[in-house]
Design a protein around this ligand. Structure first.
Ligand code: GDP
Length: 300
């Protein structure tokens, strides 16, 4: 399969760099590497030849370089884990609908990698750069582990996941409001919150995942507006210097409760959908991740 490392996808192959892209983000342990490997197995036989053939499966990566794989949106996708052999590679006469899935590290110190795709900063001045036209991001999958999300679970991942999600949505909100050209905003980037590991009995269903995240994002919003930067990645010094009042406020300014639909004001569509990378309705229980794939295919 083809694994493209960070800059290589941009510099060594101009063909790849202009492909529509989906960004895969989320905290460590959410299942990003597992999802990448599964999508690649199902739809990763790209029509073009690879220059960087590697045979080992994708490993969780901690490096700062994002890993991209080339997928084909026209590839048939089967929800059943046992029928992977019947899933064929896209044939020659299928329309070429190649796109890139860009995996990003989930470690808190490396999350700027994902955010810089959405809100690129000039490495010299630290000022925001216009969004890249050459590698259009068509959507973001924010993957999280729904089995540890309950606030009452002893090792709840809610606060960690919500902090990352807050920064990600805020980057998109800034992207919308800072890059206006006349009255024109940059193309919108929809977000899929993929609640993973629904095969596990401790997992919250998508409706509850949404509720818990909205409540937690609301709490973060209040604490940040009070200047209590107790959590999350600290913003770059230079951009911090340019901050205006309300800049850190996610969603409708001054509203009491945070709701995802407030993001529509900034042209950001947010959807929460449950699924599981493991357990695709075969012997293992689990809804699979066909729904996520469909979401992707509709957007690239
Ligand atoms: P990453 O850090 O986001 O790349 O997460 P990984 O892909 O390394 O996955 C972390 C762990 O979660 C691994 O042990 C996976 O096998 C496991 N995992 C991923 N998806 C699922 C799922 O849908 N169900 C269950 N039960 N485990 C999963």
């Amino acid at each position: 399969h083809q694994v493209l490392h960070g800059n290589e996808s941009g510099s060594s192959s101009s063909k790849n760099s202009s492909l529509p892209s989906i960004l895969l983000a989320g905290p460590s342990g959410a299942g990003k590497t597992a999802l990448l490997t599964l999508f690649e197995k199902r739809a990763g036989r790209s029509t073009s030849t690879s220059t960087d053939e590697k045979t080992e499966p994708a490993k969780t990566h901690t490096s700062q370089t994002p890993v991209s794989i080339k997928l084909n949106a026209a590839a048939p996708f089967s929800s059943s884990s046992s029928s992977s052999s019947s899933v064929s590679s896209p044939s020659e006469n299928q329309p070429k609908r190649n796109f890139l899935l860009i995996d990003t590290p989930g470690h808190p110190k490396l999350r700027s990698t994902a955010l810089s795709h959405l809100l690129p900063l000039d490495p010299k001045t630290g000022r925001p750069l216009p969004p890249s036209k050459s590698q259009p991001i068509k959507g973001v999958i924010f993957l999280l582990d729904a089995s540890t999300l309950s606030p009452s679970s002893p090792d709840s991942s809610l606060s960690q996941a919500a902090t990352y999600l807050y920064d990600l949505l805020l980057s998109l909100q800034h992207r919308y409001s800072r890059y206006t050209k006349g009255s024109k905003h940059p193309p919108s980037i929809p977000v899929l919150i993929a609640a993973n590991k629904l095969d596990l009995f401790t997992a919250l269903p998508a409706t509850l995942v949404k509720k818990e995240l909205e409540a937690e994002l609301g709490r973060i919003r209040v604490s940040r507006s009070k200047g209590l930067l107790d959590s999350g990645v600290k913003e770059d010094d230079v951009t911090a210097g340019e901050k205006e009042e309300g800049d850190d406020w996610l969603g409708e300014y001054g509203s009491e409760r945070f709701e995802f639909r407030q993001m529509v004001e900034f042209d950001i569509e947010v959807e929460v959908m449950g699924g599981s990378v493991l357990g695709n309705g075969g012997e293992e229980e689990g809804p699979g991740c066909e729904g996520w794939w469909r979401w992707v295919v509709e957007r690239v």
